[in-house]
Structures are given as structure tokens and as C-alpha cells.
Design a protein around this ligand. Sequence first.
Ligand SMILES: *Cc1c(COP(=O)(O)O)cnc(C)c1O
Ligand code: SF4
Length: 418
Amino acid sequence: MRVNNYVLNNHINWTKDLANDPYFRLVFPQPDMLQEPEHVESLINLAKSKVSAAGKAVHVEKLREKLDLNAHPAGQLTENVPMMDGKPVEGVQHKYQATMLIFPSEGQYCHSYCTYCFRWQQFTNVGSQQQFKSDQANDFLNYIKSHKHIKDLLFTGGDPMTMSAEVLGNYLDPILKDPECSHVQTVRIGTKSLAYWPRRFTTDADAKPMLDLFRRVDKSGRNLSIQAHFSHPVELDTPEVAEAIKNIKKTGAVIRTQAPLIKGINDSAATWAEMWNKQTRMGLIPYYMFVERDTGARKFFEVPLARALEIHHEAISECPGTARTLRGPSMSAGPGKIQVLGISSFLGEKVFVLKFLQARNPHWCAPDKLFYAKFDPGAVWLDDLTPAFGEKRWFFEDEYDEMKTRTDGSSGQRLFTS
Ligand SMILES: *Cc1c(COP(=O)(O)O)cnc(C)c1O
Ligand code: SF4
């Protein structure tokens, strides 16, 4: 875990029912995340014991294995890393044709840590082969130059805003200056700094250099899109975040918002309605509502898809069209981002209606590729669903299987050759 004074002083309500305070649960790991009381007990005993730090680490790692935390969901390690000249491009993921992700090695932590984070493996030192990162000398620039259908370049982590403006500039400025990168139209930065440390854009010594870097993106004739992770409306209430948003917008950047729907933290329609309306008032654009991923302490945090649909509907009903830019609830699953569109009945069979928002093969998003799963009120993820109408497999399954079993280094990749 990790938490800072800004979060402790502003976001947690210390005066009432702390154990049920959403923000307390967002940053302080809860005993039930360990699934069984005996796991909690074994850790308490271990902490009290005289076992060396190294010995404790071994025990903790064994417990992690037992909990089956699925560190790299949706094939992110095996299926998303592109190959160039027969080698993997370090620190890059390229799953959807128009958007390339980059994980700078210096940005692999956050200002505080969310208990539900699916990137937790990035922050622990165990098994460095599980870490995923790029460094400034790597091949990502050549990869961008030779893949002209990349339109969005998304810096992610961890949180890229933990890097200095100088370090981020070392990644970004070469792209902005290179005429062979003119196909990149949007630079995105995925960050929770507006919620966890808005001083990054106000009083920090490095605030001005960072805002200057944002201006350089605008000057290069591109748009900068801050993909801001906001989990709860309290994050929007401080004078610091209001000022940070104003400063960012003055650079020409836009701010889009996204978050997962998490039990005990934001699983109510009122919370999302308040969040989307406040964001819209502040000039932020609601973008994605995600379903909790199948990783980490998922049993503790998961919300059934049917409930997610209800929350989404009730919340969006309280919003004007200007806030209905939001898409979701969406599962970031192996084959793609799958939106749960709704519930319907055909010839007496109750079904979930599903649609790809993004897919490994762009054709899976086609208008005739809506697909249907048997309705199941307890289902929380794609794996829990079965095709409706007696179908044996999902329409995309054979092709996805074929992608995964390729041994020529193009596993999971489609149509990305030039
Ligand atoms: C969500 C996601 C993206 C971005 O998708 P957009 O729909 O362009 O916002 C890109 N790559 C991966 C692997 C993702 O999960
Ligand atoms: S801010 Fe994002 S990457 Fe960082 S801990 Fe939270 S969910 Fe994980």
C-alpha cells in the first residue's frame, strides 16, 4: 500500500464509520481481500515473528500464489507485446490498431495505490520478469514510425505523472519533432494524479515544466488528452483539483475521465451521477466506466454485470446529453473491450446483449457483430457467460484461439504489419 497526506487529509472521512468509508477502502487494503480468516491470521503471526525480511517475503509470495491473483489479465503480457525485427518491443503494448500503449520504466508507481489495482504486480519487486516497462533507449520510436495507423499514443504505468517533466519530455519530444511521426494525432496520459496529487499541476516545483511540456504537444499540432482516473466524487471537491484542472485546460489539453465500478467504493448510481455531473460542470469529459477486472482481490471488489447495468442506467438518467459521452459498462477482456449494452428477450430466452467497443480484430466491432449471452444475474465477467440460443462458442473464439497459438511471434496481433 501507499498513501499520501493529501489523500489522508482530504478524501477520507475519519469521523464516522471508517471501515465503510469508500476512500478508506480505496487506499487501505482490507483483511477480507485475503479471502480466508486463516490467511489474515498467518500474516499477523508472521509480522510478529522474528523471521527475517527475506523469509517474510517468501511467505507473502507463497500466499499471493495461493490467492490466484492473475497478475496479467486479458493476455497483456503474452498477446499485446508487438514484435519488431524478431524481438519484442520492450515496454509497449499494441492491442487495438489505432492506439499504442507505452509504459515508461520511470513511471511504474503511483502517488497512492488503489487496493483494487490490476497493475499491482508492477509495483512489487518480486519476479521482475512480471514487470512491464520501457526505457528511453528502447525501440518504441522506430515502432511508431513504421506503424502509420497508430493515431493515439497512450502513456500509462503506474502513473506517468510521477515522472519529472524532463524524463517524460525525453520520451515525448522526439516524437513531437519527428516528421515521420506525423500520423500520431493524440497523445494521451493515463493518470490518477488529479485525484491523488493535484499539486503536480499547481504548487509543485515541477508543475510549470510539466504544463510547458503539455503546451509543446498543442504547439506540435496535436491534442493532449489527459485520461483522468476518478473513482469517487470527493476527489473533485478540493480547491487544489479545481485549480489543477484549470491549469491543464489552459495548455490546450482536454481531460477525459474513467474508472472501474468497484464494490464498497463506488457501487451506487448516486455516486456515479454526482461524479459525472460534477465532471461535466468542471469541463471534463466522461469517457469509460469499466467492469472490475478478473485480477487481484476480485472476489472482494466485483459487481455483477446485471447490477453494473442498473447502476449505469440510473446514473446516466440523472445526466444531460453533455455527460453521456460515457461508454460502459465495459469489460477489458482478452479479445477486446466488450460493452454490456443491455438485457433483452428473444423467443422466451433472456439474454445479455454485448458489443465490442474495441477488438483485436477491428472487424469484430462491426454492426452485424452484436452478440448474446444467456442472462445470469450472478455473472461478473466474460468467463462466467455462455453463448445464448444454443451456440457452442462466441463468434470470435476460433479466430482468437488461432491468434493465441501462433508461434511466429505475432501472437494476439492482427493487421498490424505496417
Ligand atoms: C483500453 C485500452 C486502450 C484504449 O482504448 P480506447 O478505446 O482507444 O480508449 C488501448 N489499449 C489497451 C490494451 C486497452 O486496454
Ligand atoms: S492509479 Fe491506476 S495504476 Fe495506480 S494504483 Fe490506482 S488503479 Fe493502479
